[in-house]
Design a protein around this ligand. Sequence first.
Ligand code: SAM
Ligand code: SF4
Length: 355
Amino acid sequence: MVTSGYGVYVHVPFCARRCDYCAFATWTDRHHLTTAYLAAMIVEIERAVDDGLPVATSVFIGGGTPSMVPAAELMAVLDAIPRVADAEVSVECNPDNVTGDLLATYRDHGVDRISMGVQSMVPHVLAALGRTHDPDNVRRAVALVGEAGMRTFNLDLIYGAAGESVGDWEHTLDEALALDPPHVSAYALTVEAGTPLADDRPRHPDDDDQATKYELADERLAAAGRANYEISNWARPGHECRHNLLYWAQGDYLGVGCAAHSHRRGRRWWNVRTPERYTELVAAGRSTEAAGETLDEPTRRFEALELALRMRDGVPEDALDVDELDGLVVRRGDRVVLTRSGRLLANEIALRLRC
Ligand SMILES: C[S@@+](CC[C@H](N)C(=O)[O-])C[C@H]1O[C@@H](n2cnc3c(N)ncnc32)[C@H](O)[C@@H]1O
Ligand code: SF4
């Protein structure tokens, strides 16, 4: 797995409808800002290039819903980013917006990976999540990804929505695998502070139910040749997301657009949160940075271990006491890796890491 390089993240903060579990920086009433916002991102990139922006080995266009904005305008942003010839370029798409023309435009500008927000293949679960698509939309969108000749694609799934039975989740896994995805991300539905879901206790997910569903996902995906390489991510060999690998290896990246985060050699910073403020600051020739922090060496070392623990190759053997964590970790050569049960308790195990 390639874990070195330089990444660029591009944030598109617009959605057709707000999912009530989502805490990402995105808006449903600001589409009128789209053209000015995308143009401002080009200016931010051009300034970064003037300041010596490294050539990108991966670009991730995420959101929000990137597939909602005009493809040609979005690709003008991508075109402004200097990148190596074989850079991985991902775009997050909602099944509702995917058309053959949209994907052909993406592909012609170098997009080689689509990440599709599927979440579930069961209509009542999609309704409980507040999604606008149905399983047929997903099948149609994934067929178009194949026809467009993308190098690879991912399906994002969520488990633990209100009313989702274990049988529903098994159905989602089976239907997702029937689409032959090279990569699957499966996330436990998380209650994020400040979201409508946070105020609706009866709909909060149950830990035991989510643990059962995680184990089922790992069994089925692994049996189907998608190996777990990070707690919530499975891929066929060679289809791991290079951009995310860079994040997890504490690599350097630039975040472009509102609320986007950047990192360079231990310094992290993030942009202002709203698209209005972001566009105004760019127009005024001012910095879009909201705040930043520099990590001291011990914190950086600890974070490196925390991230490594979540990965397939784990941590060096002296970072954890294996005997204390029977059944949760195993020794593999000179590394210690989480078992399936250990992955469910990764945060607790991380508290025992020794730097
Ligand atoms: C921010 S969304 C952007 C992609 C696209 N708008 C979508 O929702 O399909 C990226 C992914 O984050 C995950 N996600 C967002 N909020 C979540 C939450 N509260 N719990 C678990 N996963 C979440 C979903 O799987 C989603 O596909
Ligand atoms: S479509 Fe994606 S980004 Fe938009 S509100 Fe829903 S989860 Fe959040």
